[in-house]
Write a protein of this length. Sequence first.
Length: 228
Amino acid sequence: MPVIAFANPKGGSGKTTAALLLATELAAKGAAVTVIDADPEQWIVRWAGLPGKPDNLDVVSIREEDALVDAIEAAASASQFVIVDLEGTANMMVTDSIGMADLVVIPLQGSAMDAVGGGKVLKLIRNQERTTKRTINYAMLLTRTSAAVTSRALRDVVEQLRSSKVPLFATPIVERAAYRDLFSYGGTVGGLDPASVSNVDKALQNAQEFAGEVLTRLNITKPMRKVA
Ligand SMILES: Nc1ncnc2c1ncn2[C@@H]1O[C@H](COP(=O)(O)OP(=O)(O)OP(=O)(O)O)[C@@H](O)[C@H]1O
Ligand SMILES: [Mg+2]
């Protein structure tokens, strides 16, 4: 089933956070989800060791480059969604994942540095399209945007993407304490205690809208089949 890869060689662009939000929201809708954690920091593996992981969400740790393709193939035949979290560098795992992905999500903060990283992924996508002779579905995703203000650097990045006709998620991932808390306390955004963390409702709505847009970009319009 669909493979969704999160790639940007710029470190800290928000790949792991966005990948976990997508995984937990799809699992909350009842889908069987596998996350392949190929980020050396292994944050999603660590998250899975905390309380609150949905039973229908599995996390597979990949540390060796040559194990990735097999892991993606195995997960794709067993799960409704496969989410691949990649290292903040351009390595063979990134190339392989792009080659196998049904959707490549390129997270970037509204900064010139992240945009350059995003451009490197675009180049890899173009090369993979040529070598595999297939069109690769991809979109940039703005991350850590401010709920209150739009910076000049962010406006510049958006303008640059629009003028070069690069697909961009309509839903940015807003900077939220709730998203950081997942990695400290585990579980899903919907399971966080609104008394302990601010704006859980807004964080949940943002994560749900992002997951909804991923489904639209994958052309999945039918309601999610619940796993037994
Ligand atoms: N939407 C967000 N709200 C709050 N904090 C965020 C958000 N997105 C990312 N962060 C924080 O920014 C930092 C980098 O994010 P993250 O680890 O998701 O990026 P990454 O692209 O996976 O990094 P790497 O390239 O090192 O794997 C982390 O401290 C994370 O908690
Ligand atoms: Mg990461």
